[in-house]
Structures are given as C-alpha cells and as structure tokens.
Design a protein around this ligand. Structure first.
Ligand code: AMP
Ligand code: MG
Length: 494
C-alpha cells in the first residue's frame, strides 16, 4: 500500500505528505501538539473541508475535535514546530513556532499541497515565556477575518476550524482556550530565510530557496539566475498583495518580517482590522505607537522586509559580493514602481476605469483628500459612487471640492468606450458592499465567547461570504459604526 493510500484510509480524509520534515533538521523541531482536556468543535468550515477533500461530517464528530485540538495525531502526519527568525518592529530576533504545530502537508484530490497548522497547540522549544496557548476570541477573530479576506478575493491563509480546549488561558483574566486550524500554501516566511542565513549561511539560504522555488515558483526551475528571479517573483506577489489590502482598507497591523509569507498570502492575523473612516495614518495595533505599520506605510514596510529577504540571498545572487549587492539593490529599488502600478490598477477598477489616462493618479488623490477631510467611510464611499444616486447624508458628498471632483470623474468615465452601465458594473465588482467591520466582529465575538451564542457569528460569516452582493438584509452589516470618540484598538496579546 502506498503512503498515499494509507492516508486516505483515515476516516477524516487526510492525505499527508511531509516535505518540510525532509529538510535539514535545523529548520524545525519534531514534536507533537499537547493534548487538551475537553476538545469541542466551536466552528468548522465545512465548505473548506470539502474543497480540501476532507470528510466534513466526520470532522464534526468527536474524532474531528480530537485531531483539530491536537489531542490525537492523524495518520501520516509528522508534526513539527518550524524554526524562524524575524525583524519585529525593526529589531532582529530568533523566533519559531511558539504556539503552533505544523501537522504536515495535506495533498488534496486535485494534487494541491496545503500546510495544516494548529495554532494554540501548546508549548514548544520556541515558546520563550509564552504558554503556547491561544484564547477563543482571537482565534475566532482570525477565522472571521481570514475567511472574509478569501471571499474578497485576497490571497490568504484559510481557517478550517476552531476547537475549544476546555482549559482556561491566563491573559489579563482567565479566558476560554482554543486551537485554530490554519490552512496555508505554506508557512515559509521572510523570517525563515533570515533564520536559514543566520544559522546556515549561504548553504542554509540555498536549501530553503530551492525548496521554496520547488513549492511556490515552479516556473523558475532552470532560470538563468533562479535566486534573483525568486527575489523578483516574491516581490511581485507582495506588491500585488499589499495593493489588494489597500484597495479594501485592510491594515495588517504587524508586518514584521516573520509575518510575511513567501507564497504571497496574508498570514498571521493579529492586530489587523479594516478601516472605517478613511485616514491614511490609521493604526489599530495598541503597541504600534510610531505608526510603523499604519495603512499608508504598508508598501514601504513590505519593501523593507523584502530588503531583509534580499540580504539573505546575497551569497546566492553572485559569487562577486559587490555584484550581488548591486543586483539585490536594483531589484529592491524597483518595488515602489511595481507597487504603484498595481495600486493604481486597483484604484482604476474602484473608480470604474477600464482605460488609462495620465491624470488618473491625481483623480484618485483628489478623492482621497476629500474623503480624509470629511472622515468619509472608505468602503461606503466607493460603493455609493457605484450607485444611481449619492446619499445626501454623507458630508463628503456635500463638500464643494468633491462636487467638482464628481464632475471631473463623470467626464472621465464618459471618455471611455464602455457604457456607463459597464463602468458601474465594474465598480460593483471592485468595491465590496460588506467588510468585516470592527463593531460587527466584536459583537459576534462577544456573543460567542461571553454567552456561547454562535448564531451572531454564523450570520456575519454568511454575509461576509458574498461581500460584493447588496441585498436588503445585509444593510445593517454595510453601515459604518455609530460615531464614537474612542478609536478602535486591537491587541497583540492574542
Ligand atoms: P506573533 O506576534 O503572533 O507573530 O508571534 C511572535 C512570536 O511569539 C512567534 O514566535 C510566536 O510563536 C510567539 N508567541 C505568540 N504568542 C505566544 C504564546 N502564547 N506562547 C508562546 N509563544 C507565543
Ligand atoms: Mg507571527
């Protein structure tokens, strides 16, 4: 019997392969998640389970809760904690999975490979002072936001399940503990390269680079300078990812280099949030006092992380160090232009523009200036522009500068060969009606965590799964939060 057939015999449908565990041992520590007292399924993503070829019904049962809490190891899995490093708020640190275990890579019936990672699965050699555990609220929050991101069409890790552990975790108070099952193209981070280069020098980086190319950038095998091509390709994906974040008002919140995945997926949902009122300086993370990871800084920070990535590749780019540095610098310097092109293309879509004109940038900038001055809601403003008539109650639409802008924009639309209807249609596909607004997410978490009532979250998840649809029963989810003088904050101590 092949190992593939053996995996399939498990009633849950796992089909593990463990390519990461075949890397040199410096890249991980083999260990199992720590069993929990009373695993109970809190949410299961049946649609995701089934798209992965897993048995959704069986996962809902006792075996599913046992496996997805880390209390039972599924056949074929070779659990491990990944080693990595990273720059946290600019400072280099050795890290690693301190509260996560990679069960292995599940191969779907279509042959796709996904990391199956348990987050909150107990202490590991990388836990430092931490307890290795996670609280229910933050794990449900990651579930809601990552699934919303997926429905918005933004590359992201997915959430398969949240299982409560029956054990308290101690934060400021005792909170119910939980384990999140995260599904990702991989968990190779910029920080994994920083670790490889620090521990294994050029050979370490080369091993990891070859593995990464094999896993995510197949087209580069046999390229003239595969490592330079890898740098360019990773950069292109990050530029595209951050441009997509910007287009929906998403703020990652903690873009440390260990939280940036080479696959180009959004990972490590911590103090992230979607902005309501447009302000480019918005920061949600309670520990980000300098605004390092503010909305508008995200492309700069991505470039900064990519420079750290490039440094790890230097010995591979050229045997002549000066030349390697020149190649890396030229590559990194091309990031702002790459990003700008992708960002502008995103904004054009949001404004219903099929064609390109020189003045499109200034058209976008004028609108953003008006929005900022009037504290306009980011999501609603764009969505309203795609509707037949602008709501009279939004101050931004009464601003003289906006009224002038509106005329300019309509004239710009009229210069396109496409009909006005086609422009509005494009806008409705590029401007979500519903995003996971903070007050709605908080309300769902409160009901689930404080009262054990998951119906609020279920309803929210259902609406978020079709973010571009606008129906009367989603109205309450489209509304901005009631005005409040307390800015929304999220906390890293997740
Ligand atoms: P994060 O801020 O979630 O990206 O995590 C940064 C580092 O802290 C990673 O190495 C995590 O594994 C580790 N970490 C975060 N929370 C805990 C915890 N409760 N116990 C152990 N390690 C943790
Ligand atoms: Mg992290």
């Amino acid at each position: 019997m092949s190992s593939e057939d053996k995996g399939r015999l498990s009633g849950l449908g796992w089909n593990f392969d463990n390519s990461y565990a075949r890397l040199p041992s410096m890249f991980y520590v083999r260990l199992s998640p720590i069993a929990v007292r009373a695993p109970r399924m809190a949410v299961l993503n049946r649609r995701l389970a089934e798209s992965l070829g897993l048995n959704g019904e069986a996962l809902e049962g006792e075996e599913g809760a046992a496996v997805l809490s880390g209390s039972r190891i599924p056949e074929g899995a070779e659990p491990l904690a990944q080693a990595y490093a990273g720059h946290q708020f600019g400072v280099f640190t050795m890290l690693g999975d301190g509260r996560a275990i990679l069960l292995g890579e599940h191969i779907t019936p279509r042959g796709e490979r996904f990391d199956i990672q348990l987050k909150g699965s107990g202490q590991t050699p990388f836990s430092r002072m931490g307890d290795g555990r996670a609280a229910l609220g933050p794990m449900l929050r990651e579930y809601i936001i990552s699934e919303a991101m997926h429905s918005l069409g933004i590359p992201t890790s997915r959430s398969l399940a949240v299982v409560t552990t029956g054990e308290p975790v101690l934060r400021e108070t005792a909170l119910p503990g939980a384990v999140l099952t995260r599904v990702a193209a991989s968990h190779i981070r910029v920080g994994t390269f920083e670790y490889a280069a620090r521990r294994g020098g050029g050979d370490g980086a080369r091993t990891l680079a070859d593995y990464t190319i094999g896993r995510h950038f197949h087209g580069l095998v046999g390229a003239e300078n595969p490592y330079l091509s890898l740098l360019d390709a990773v950069m292109e994906r990050q530029a595209s990812l951050v441009a997509k974040w910007m287009s929906v008002g998403f703020i990652h919140g903690v873009m440390n280099s260990d939280n940036m995945a080479l696959s180009g997926e959004t990972i490590d949902y911590g103090p992230c949030a979607f902005m309501d009122a447009y302000d480019p300086a918005t920061v949600f993370s309670s520990i980000d006092h300098q605004g390092r990871y503010s909305y508008n800084n995200q492309s700069l920070m991505a470039q900064w992380n990519l420079a750290r990535f490039a440094e790890t590749l230097l010995p591979l780019l050229d045997s002549d160090q000066e030349k390697a540095i020149r190649l890396a610098e030229a590559s990194i310097r091309s990031f702002p232009e790459k990003f700008r092109r992708l960002w502008l293309s995103g904004i054009r879509g949001k404004l219903g523009l099929f064609t390109e004109e020189e003045e499109d940038i200034s058209l976008a900038e004028t609108l953003f200036t008006c929005m900022h001055r009037n504290g306009a809601d980011f999501t609603s403003t764009f969505r309203d522009l795609a509707s037949d008539s602008l709501p009279a109650d939004a101050p931004v639409f009464r601003d003289g500068a906006f009224i002038e802008w509106h005329g300019r924009w309509r004239a710009r639309l009229a210069r396109q060969p496409q009909s006005m209807d086609a422009c509005m249609e494009l806008m409705r596909w590029r401007n979500p009606a519903v995003i996971p607004r903070n007050h709605r997410v908080e309300e769902a978490l409160e009901a689930a965590v404080e009262r054990g009532d998951f119906t609020v979250m279920d309803r929210l998840l259902r609406v978020l799964s079709k973010p571009y649809e606008e129906s009367p029963d989603t109205l309450e989810y489209r509304m901005p939060p009631p005005p409040s003088d307390l800015p929304y904050k999220t906390f890293c101590g997740t």
